[in-house]
Design a protein. Structure first.
Length: 461
């Protein structure tokens, strides 16, 4: 680790420059969902590309049907792994603007935090890896591993064009491990490695009864009401123990190990504070599991939207002709979204009442993923984070889904290290998004250490 003395000095000397770079990138309103910001998205891509190019990496802008993808790579390092760093330069819309304390694209420091849209999601976190690369090249003269950067501009709108690129560029992107920083620590001064993600299966159910709305007094009791039917059918998806009733739903569920349950139980999770923060009086879910276990590692069913009948002011005694709902299942590793869809269709068809025509639309799905806590890459990341943050990380799962992680596994045969430097109160996607500057610099130091920790591992390819 002799190289780290010069690296540490470089990181200290360039703190202000790193922050200035981040502010430059944050001033670019690269909102991928808004066509009027297409030029801003290109500007952000060119900014990232230019920074990587100035470091001597072979860099290109890959044109797509949407916003360009930045790709860059350093020279191969014989005997060392190849690392793919993934992130995104696009950001969410800043609305509602009136809820921002300071303008979303004018970075402002308050109480040690940098406030701007994209500060933590994901420009600040991406730059930690670019700046650590800069530190190695400019202070040591070389990188200890080969790095490939894949920075897209459509993560916030579904990554459609990146998925197409991965279908054709697997050889170009070949790597031993993927590094992604687009998530959070467990809490302040409590860094974490996310080793598991839930998957998702999303559906829309449409029910059609009579050909048009009917008078509920004249026809009620003689015709099946689609809204009544919808309520009964949705209620039948989950029993009073929180168990999902789809045939075979739990057959492939990967159970939590005793080791994992012990680690989750040891985390400083305050149940009452959690309830107070989201404004509920109790946490509920599948019987027999804790709140963290249910959120991170058990499958769930949630109705995301529901409609049907009269919604206007006052009353209207109508028997509606149509009703519908959108709902999703969060899946755990080994569950297959297509198998879930088949079981769901079987259940809904069986319980659909007479006089109702059913249409089930499969919206999208992705399986869950989990990485071994004992993998050498995981242990390398643990040591790097301890050096960067001054304490060992905890190991957590995430209840949400990051489909690109599954895609990397399927297309590149590589696992992902999910190393989040943000905090869960950073307001990603909301007003007053922020990123702790202390964590920004800790993330850079942890990233710089990670390249050296990975360098001692034998490549798998």
């Amino acid at each position: 680790m002799a190289d780290f003395a010069s690296l540490d000095q470089y990181l200290t000397d360039h703190r202000r420059q790193f922050e200035d770079d981040l502010c430059q990138l944050l001033r670019i309103p690269s909102v991928s969902a808004d066509r009027s910001h297409a030029a801003d998205c290109r500007h952000a891509a060119e900014w990232v590309s230019g920074h990587l190019s100035r470091l001597g990496l072979a860099t290109e802008l890959i044109e797509t049907a949407g916003h360009p993808i930045v790709y860059a790579e350093s020279p191969p390092v014989p005997g060392a792994p190849t690392v793919l760093v993934y992130g995104h330069y696009d950001v969410q819309p800043a609305d509602p603007l009136d809820q921002w304390t300071t303008p979303p694209f004018e970075p402002t420091v308050r109480d040690g935090n940098l406030y701007a849209r994209g500060a933590t999601d994901d420009k600040g976190q991406v730059l930690t890896h670019i700046h650590s690369t800069q530190a190695w090249i400019e202070s040591v003269g070389r990188l200890p591993v080969q790095l490939k950067f894949l920075i897209e501009g459509e993560e916030e709108v579904g990554s459609e064009n990146l998925s197409k690129l991965l279908e054709t560029a697997a050889d170009k992107l070949a790597c031993d491990i993927v590094v992604i920083s687009d998530s959070s620590q467990f809490g302040p001064d409590l860094p974490a490695i996310t080793y598991g993600l839930r998957g998702i299966a999303y559906f829309e159910l449409r029910l059609q009864g009579p050909q048009h709305d009917l008078h509920s007094g004249t026809f009620g009791g003689g015709v099946t009401n689609p809204v009544n039917a919808l309520a009964r059918m949705l209620a039948a998806l989950v029993d009073d123990q929180g168990r999902i009733q789809i045939p075979g739903f739990y057959d492939d569920v990967l159970p939590l190990t005793d080791r994992e349950r012990g680690q989750f139980a040891a985390l400083p999770f305050d149940e009452r504070a959690f309830q107070a923060r989201i404004g509920v009086e109790a946490a509920t879910g599948e019987v027999g599991y804790t709140t963290l276990e249910r959120r991170w590692a058990r499958p769930t069913c949630d109705i995301n939207g529901i409609w049907g009948g009269y919604q206007g002011e006052g009353g209207k005694t109508v028997l509606p002709a149509k009703a519908g709902a959108k709902f999703s299942f969060r899946l755990v590793p080994r569950q297959d979204p297509q198998r879930v869809a088949a079981g769901l269709r079987e259940l809904l068809t069986r319980i659909c009442p007479p006089g109702i025509r059913l249409e089930l639309v499969e919206m999208h799905g992705a399986p869950g993923v989990v990485a071994s806590l004992d993998s050498p890459y995981m242990q390398a990341a643990t040591r790097a984070i301890e050096r960067g943050f001054g304490r060992q990380p905890v190991y957590i799962r995430e209840g949400g889904s990051i489909p690109i992680v599954t895609t990397f596994s399927e297309r590149l045969g590589a696992d992902s290290l999910l190393l989040g430097w943000g905090l869960d109160d950073d307001n990603a996607h909301g007003p007053n998004e922020k990123f702790s500057l202390a964590d920004f610099h800790r993330g850079i130091r942890a990233s710089a250490s990670l390249w050296q920790e990975l360098a001692v591992l034998a490549p798998s390819t």
